[in-house]
Design a protein around this ligand. Structure first.
Ligand code: DP6
Length: 316
């Protein structure tokens, strides 16, 4: 049996929409920060009597299991039946990037259990096919996923931009709702691509966000990064909101949290927000401001976590 631990990543410049749905090839490039503390621990044991998936203590069947075992078929071609046991210490499917750590941990554990030798880039390409955002969780710290140009996806994988200790920032996560979301990222992306008149503008405008964010990370310019991150978030959510039927993940508390952050900024505290496919708000700030940011968010929601940059997946 092999066990791997992987951390989720939060996109600063977003991935939303695919140029190939089977291979999970994105229409745009993206940049993320891998987080510490939040993690998924997954064990894979090949050679069991039948495929069995246990997530957070519950045996899962149906679509979720199918997705996991199809992924194992891809990572370990001709594999034996497998037992997969996975646990995450943060809310699943609530826009907290649980699929990123889940498919990164599954990929790394399966490769180790099968005794295969792979580079991080090769593992990233495999993880991407389980869930796009997972290809960025193969590294700690700051990661870029270049959309790639090849039809077979061999140039579409994560790439290390800067290590976790490059810059002492925090991601302060405010949980507005921890339950399972009604519309998955996968479904939401497809609807956006098919129906939003804003989708083409989204695809045509991401390069500037990438350039600005990349440079801001290398120069540790939080304001430039924060501005690019909020812009990418708003553009992504405007493609969702203009889909038919519309997709709106924002709740009243999400907007109250954004207001609170903008009020902090007006007082001179450098903090910028982002949101994914869910109502939760994540705020990027310098480590020294994190407690103040957490206190401001804590006035609106019960659960606030302060997370530092995390490391790459590891075998345990
Ligand atoms: C809003 O990676 O979950 O979090 O590739 O279909 O599995 P699939 O989607 P997924 O989508 C993540 C979308 C996002 C933005 C991001 O992480 O870049």
């Amino acid at each position: 049996m092999a066990t791997a631990i992987a951390h989720p990543n939060i996109a600063l410049i977003k991935y939303w929409g695919k140029r190939d749905r089977v291979l999970n090839l994105p229409s745009t490039s993206s940049i993320s920060l891998t987080l510490d503390t939040f993690e998924t621990k997954t064990s894979v044991q090949l050679g069991s009597g039948q495929d069995l998936l246990v997530v957070n203590g519950r045996a899962l069947m149906g679509k979720e299991a199918e997705r996991v075992f199809n992924h194992l078929d891809l990572v370990v071609p001709g594999r034996q039946k497998a037992q997969v046991v996975s646990e995450s210490n943060f809310p699943m499917a609530a826009g907290l990037a649980s699929s990123s750590s889940a498919f990164a941990a599954l990929t790394v554990a399966a490769i180790a259990e099968a005794g295969l030798e792979k580079t991080p880039e090769e593992m990233s390409i495999l993880a991407r096919q389980g869930s796009g955002s997972a290809c960025r969780s193969l590294w700690g710290g700051w990661v870029e996923w270049h959309r790639g140009m090849e039809e077979d996806g061999t140039d579409s994988h994560g790439k290390h931009l800067a290590p976790r200790d490059h810059w002492d920032v925090r991601m302060v996560v405010a949980v507005v709702a921890g339950g399972k979301k009604k519309i998955s990222s996968r479904e939401g992306m497809l609807r956006t691509m098919q129906t939003s008149p804003m989708y083409a503008a989204w695809v045509n405008s991401y390069e500037r966000d990438m350039r600005q964010a990349r440079q801001a990370i290398l120069e540790q310019d939080l304001e430039a990064l924060g501005v690019a991150m909020e812009r990418s978030t708003l553009k992504m959510h405007s493609t969702m909101m203009t889909s038919e039927p519309p997709i709106r993940y924002w709740r009243g508390a999400s907007v109250a949290l954004m207001d609170a952050i903008e009020n902090l900024r007006a007082k001179g505290i450098g903090a910028w927000w982002t949101m994914d496919a869910g109502p939760n708000v994540k705020v990027l700030c310098e480590a020294e401001d994190a407690e103040r940011v957490a206190a401001a968010l804590g006035a609106f929601v019960q659960q606030v976590s302060v997370l530092a940059p995390g490391g790459p997946p590891r075998l345990v």
